[in-house]
Write a protein that binds this ligand. Structure first.
Ligand code: CUA
Length: 336
C-alpha cells in the first residue's frame, strides 16, 4: 500500500474516532453516580465504550477508503479480480476482537462479583414490594418499619427484597444496580452510597395499573442523622415499634397514596377512587372503609375496574394498623 493511502486511512480513522468520542462524552448517557457499585458499572461502561470507539474508527476508515478508491466506474461491467482471501488478515481480525471481548468479560465478571459483595458486616434492610408501594424494615430492637428508605453515607447496605403479589423491580438510577422482587423468593441488592442527597426509587417491572406511580424517596445522610431517623421512626413516627399506631403513617407506609387522592395526606393519584368525601351508602363509614380495604372487590366504585386494588392488606396490615388507618380516613373526611 502506498504511503499516501495509509495517511488518508489514518485521517479517516481519526475523524471517525473523534466524532464517536464526542457523542460518547457530550451526551450524558448515565446518571451521576452516587454509589461504589455505580462507580464500577461506570468503569465497565467506559472500558467497553473506548474499545468500541477504537473498533468503530478502524472499520469506518476502511469503509470510507474503499468507497472512495474502489468504486466501480460508470460503464464498467467487467467482473472483479478473483481474490481468494488473506489468511494473515483473517487471523488478525479474529484474534484482536477475541482478545477485546475476553477483556470485557473479565472486567464485567470482576465488577459483578464486587458489586454483589457487601463485606463482612453490612446494614441489612428488608424491602417489601407490593402493588404499588415499597416498605422498609430496618435492623434493631424493636424493628423499625417505614415507607422511607434512609441510608448512611459510606456504609455498605444489603437489601433483601420480597414481593407480596407480583414481580416488581427495585432501581435507584444513581445507585446503578437493579434487582427484581419476586413472590416466593428472596433476592438481594448491595448499595454503598458515596454522596449525600435525595434520590428516587423506581419500580422497573410492569406490575399493574399503578406501576408508574410506584416510586419512593431515598435519602442518603450522615450516620448521626440515620441513627436519629431510626430512633424517631421507632417511636411511632412511621414505625411499628412503639405500641400506638398512627393512621397517617400507615397510609404512607402501605402506599395508599400511590393510587388514591386524599387531601389530608396531600396525595392526588387517580388509579383508584378518591378518598375525599367517601359516600358509605347505607353502611357506617368505618365499616365501609374497612371492607373496601380488606375486601376491595366486594363493592367496586363506579367507573373503576375490580381486581386492581391488592387484596393483601388484611394480611399485610396488623389489626392495630387497620384500625388506625380506618380511623384516620374516617376522621379526615371533608365535603362529601
Ligand atoms: Cu411495581 Cu412496577
Amino acid at each position: 500500500m502506498r504511503r499516501g493511502s495509509i495517511v488518508r486511512i489514518t485521517i479517516y480513522g481519526v475523524i471517525a474516532g473523534t466524532l464517536a468520542s464526542l457523542a460518547a462524552v457530550l451526551i450524558p448517557w448515565l446518571p451521576t453516580s452516587a454509589s461504589e457499585e455505580m462507580d464500577r458499572i461506570e468503569f465497565t461502561f467506559w472500558f467497553t465504550t473506548v474499545i468500541c470507539i477504537g473498533v468503530f474508527a478502524v472499520v469506518a476508515a476502511a469503509i470510507v477508503y474503499m468507497v472512495l478508491n474502489f468504486r466501480v466506474q460508470p460503464e464498467d461491467d467487467t467482473d472483479g479480480p478473483p481474490i481468494h482471501g488473506h489468511t494473515g488478515l483473517e487471523i488478525v481480525w479474529t484474534a484482536i476482537p477475541a482478545v477485546l471481548v475476553t477483556a470485557i468479560s473479565i472486567v464485567s465478571a470482576i465488577v459483578l462479583a464486587k458489586n454483589d459483595d457487601a463485606g463482612p458486616n453490612p446494614i441489612r434492610i428488608a424491602v417489601t414490594a407490593q402493588q404499588f408501594a415499597w416498605k422498609f424494615e430496618y435492623p434493631g430492637e424493636p424493628k423499625v418499619t417505614s415507607g422511607q428508605l434512609v441510608l448512611p453515607v459510606g456504609e455498605a447496605v444489603k437489601l433483601t427484597l420480597r414481593s407480596l403479589d407480583v414481580i416488581h423491580a427495585f432501581w435507584v438510577p444513581e445507585f446503578g444496580q437493579k434487582s427484581d422482587a419476586v413472590p416466593g423468593i428472596e433476592t438481594t441488592l448491595v448499595i454503598t452510597p458515596t454522596r449525600k442527597g435525595e434520590f428516587s426509587i423506581v419500580c422497573t417491572e410492569l406490575c399493574g395499573i399503578g406501576h408508574a406511580t410506584m416510586r419512593g424517596p431515598v435519602r442518603v445522610v450522615e450516620r448521626a442523622e440515620y441513627d436519629k431517623f431510626l430512633a424517631s421512626a421507632g417511636q411511632g413516627g412511621g414505625g411499628t415499634g412503639g405500641g400506638e399506631e398512627d393512621g397517617e403513617s400507615v397510609f404512607a407506609t402501605a402506599g395508599c397514596g400511590s393510587c388514591h387522592t386524599f387531601g389530608p395526606a396531600g396525595t392526588d393519584a387517580e388509579v383508584g377512587p378518591s378518598l375525599d368525601g367517601v359516600d358509605p351508602g347505607g353502611q357506617s363509614l368505618e365499616d365501609f372503609l374497612r371492607e373496601a380495604i380488606v375486601d376491595p372487590n366486594a363493592d367496586v366504585a363506579e367507573g373503576y375496574r375490580p381486581g386492581v386494588m391488592p387484596e393483601t392488606y388484611e394480611s399485610s396490615l396488623s389489626d392495630d394498623q387497620l384500625d388506625a388507618l380506618v380511623q384516620y380516613l374516617a376522621e379526615n373526611q371533608q365535603g362529601g
